[in-house]
Every structure is written in structure tokens, then in C-alpha cells.
Design a protein around this ligand. Structure first.
Ligand code: AKB
Length: 319
């Protein structure tokens, strides 16, 4: 196994907080530097290895960390998600794009071997085919978050073509996890519903019953993040891949939870996030990721729900 010195920016967020622990398990605790700036890390994250304050908009601070720690791989997660992005579009552009360009610049100047930056199903828009959405298709998003994802994908391609920087991106669907709540996304209902089902026995959903979106359970997301980073570059024919785990409607999700908590009740009160969800694909064709680097998720709605309720139930009881 090749040894890497890894920096995870946005390590306190939903994906970062799980990924850092998994990377430390695999690469050793001192080889994975977790960086955040807004939220304090959990005890678990702080005690598992180095944690630093880092604002990716501050290019000099970023240079110092990469230079002093001889970083080989950067995972860059710091981002304003879709729903918050619609409340503050200028800030969304500023953070999402300017932090990415800083990471790419520092990456090329300081010999970083690989940069992993997640794109999203938000890169698609209402003019994209909504079912089984192909990898190469129309990218005309109607949210600022989506605009930053398309621009980011192009920047990754540009830095590869111009400077030979190894840049990799996966278009993530909604991610469901039990460790850290997502913040400010449109797919957040698919996580919040489990918390409320366990704690209150009911949930008010901000998209309608029929809303169907692609989703992925965190253990599959972690596998995706690590496998895609490790794969030999000669196997990859592109820089951006569709990936998905499953697709279900909000109604399907509620019905699955009811199998475990029969008294669970759901009501629907769609808000501005409905229009965002309606502009995104319902299902994704990820065959290129499967063919080129062996992407193969394990969880479906039933197995994810069983695991979520078990793991989250235990955790919430302890807190
Ligand atoms: C969001 O809802 O904004 C994110 C995403 C799909 O990228 N979870």
C-alpha cells in the first residue's frame, strides 16, 4: 500500500468527520491532518489525531500547512450547500470557488499528488434527463451551489490540462449518516427523518411525498472516497464521475421507517427546497465509475434503514 500524507479540509462536516476516522485507521493517525474553521471537532475526532484551524480562503495559511506537512493528498470538503446557498448566493460562490482555486493553486505549486473535491447531483438542472442521468450530459443548474459545482468541475479539468495536476471528483447524491448532521442541503430531510423518528415518533418533511432523489449511505460514501483516491490514474478516463447508492421517494423512506417504528407519522410541508429537489435527477447512471474504478455500493434503502435506526438509536440513547 502506498503511504500518503493526507489533509482533509472541512473535516468537521458530515463527510469529513467520518472520513478522517476511516483514513486514520488505514493510513495511521499522524498521517491524516484534519482541518476545520467553524465548528469545534468532536472529542472522537480531536483525540484520534492532529486537528488544526484552517481557512481555505487564506492561501498563505494553506500553503504553510501543505509545505510544512509535505501533503500528498488533499480532500477538500469546505462548501456552502444548496439550500443555504440560495439564501446567500454570493457567499456560496466565494467560499466554494475561491477555496477550491486556492487548493488547486497550492496543490500544483507544492507538488500535491492528488486532489479530491466532491461535485454533486446539483451540477445537473431541469434541462438534464431526470432518470438514469448519464455521466456526460447537460449541466445547466438553477442553484448557485450547482453553478459552483459545474465551475469547479471545469476548474479541475483545467488544472489537469494546464498543469498536469491529478484532480478527481465524484458527483455525490444526498448522503445519509448517523455521526454528524449535514447542514444546509436540500437532501437533509433524508437524515433528519431518522432523528425525529427515534426521538419524537413523527417528522414534518420539507419536500412532498413523491420527491425522489439519488442517495448514498455513509459507509458506501467512505468507500467511494478512499477507493477513488487510491485507484491508479491510468485507469481513469475522466476527472468527474457520477456515483449513486439508491433512489427513493420521501414516501418510500417513511414507509421503510414505519416497518421498524409502526407508530411513526409523517406530514409534508414543502418549502423553497421543493423547487431545488425538482430540478435534480431522480436516479443516476454510474456505470462509468463501476467500469473504470470498480465502484460498487453495498447498501439499499432497507439495509440502510435497519443500520441507521440501530446505530443512531444507540447513539442518541447515550447522549
Ligand atoms: C445538498 O442537498 O445540497 C447536498 C448535495 C446533494 O450536494 N446534499
Amino acid at each position: 500500500m502506498e503511504k500518503y500524507q493526507i489533509l482533509v479540509i472541512g473535516a468537521v462536516g458530515q463527510i469529513g468527520s467520518d472520513l478522517v476516522l476511516a483514513l486514520r485507521e488505514k493510513y495511521g493517525k499522524n498521517n491524516v491532518i484534519a482541518a476545520g474553521r467553524r465548528t469545534q471537532p468532536s472529542k472522537k475526532l480531536r483525540e484520534s489525531g492532529p486537528f488544526i484551524y484552517l481557512d481555505a480562503l487564506d492561501i498563505d495559511a494553506l500553503k504553510k500547512v501543505v509545505f510544512e506537512n509535505e501533503i500528498d493528498v488533499i480532500y477538500h470538503f469546505a462548501s456552502v450547500l444548496s439550500a443555504t446557498g440560495e439564501k446567500m448566493p454570493q457567499m456560496s460562490w466565494d467560499l466554494n470557488i475561491n477555496s477550491l482555486i486556492n487548493v488547486l493553486e497550492v496543490g500544483r505549486r507544492y507538488g500535491v499528488k492528488r486532489i479530491i473535491w466532491p461535485s454533486s447531483i446539483a451540477a445537473f438542472g431541469p434541462t438534464t434527463p431526470r432518470e438514469n442521468t448519464p455521466n456526460d450530459t447537460i449541466l445547466q443548474p438553477t442553484t448557485m451551489y450547482g453553478v459552483t459545482k459545474v465551475a469547479g468541475e471545469l476548474l479541475l479539468e483545467y488544472y489537469f490540462l494546464k498543469y498536469g495536476l491529478d484532480t478527481r471528483s465524484m458527483r455525490l447524491p444526498g448522503i445519509i449518516s448517523s455521526e454528524t448532521l449535514p447542514g444546509g442541503g436540500t437532501t437533509d430531510y433524508a437524515v433528519a427523518i431518522y432523528y425525529d423518528a427515534i426521538q419524537k415518533g413523527k417528522y414534518t418533511c420539507f419536500v412532498n411525498e413523491k420527491t425522489t432523489l439519488p442517495m448514498m449511505y455513509m459507509p458506501d460514501c467512505i468507500k467511494c472516497m478512499i477507493d477513488f483516491m487510491e485507484v491508479d490514474g491510468s485507469k481513469l478516463k475522466r476527472h468527474v464521475y457520477n456515483v449513486t447508492g439508491m433512489s427513493f421517494s420521501a414516501g418510500d423512506l417513511a414507509a421503510e421507517i414505519k416497518k421498524h417504528i409502526p407508530e411513526f407519522e409523517i406530514t409534508y410541508e414543502p418549502d423553497f427546497r421543493q423547487a431545488i429537489a425538482d430540478s435534480w435527477p431522480m436516479s443516476i447512471d454510474d456505470s462509468l465509475a463501476r467500469e473504470e474504478w470498480g465502484w460498487n455500493p453495498s447498501y439499499d434503502l432497507a439495509s440502510m434503514t435497519e443500520d441507521m435506526l440501530k446505530v443512531l438509536g444507540k447513539r442518541l440513547k447515550r447522549e
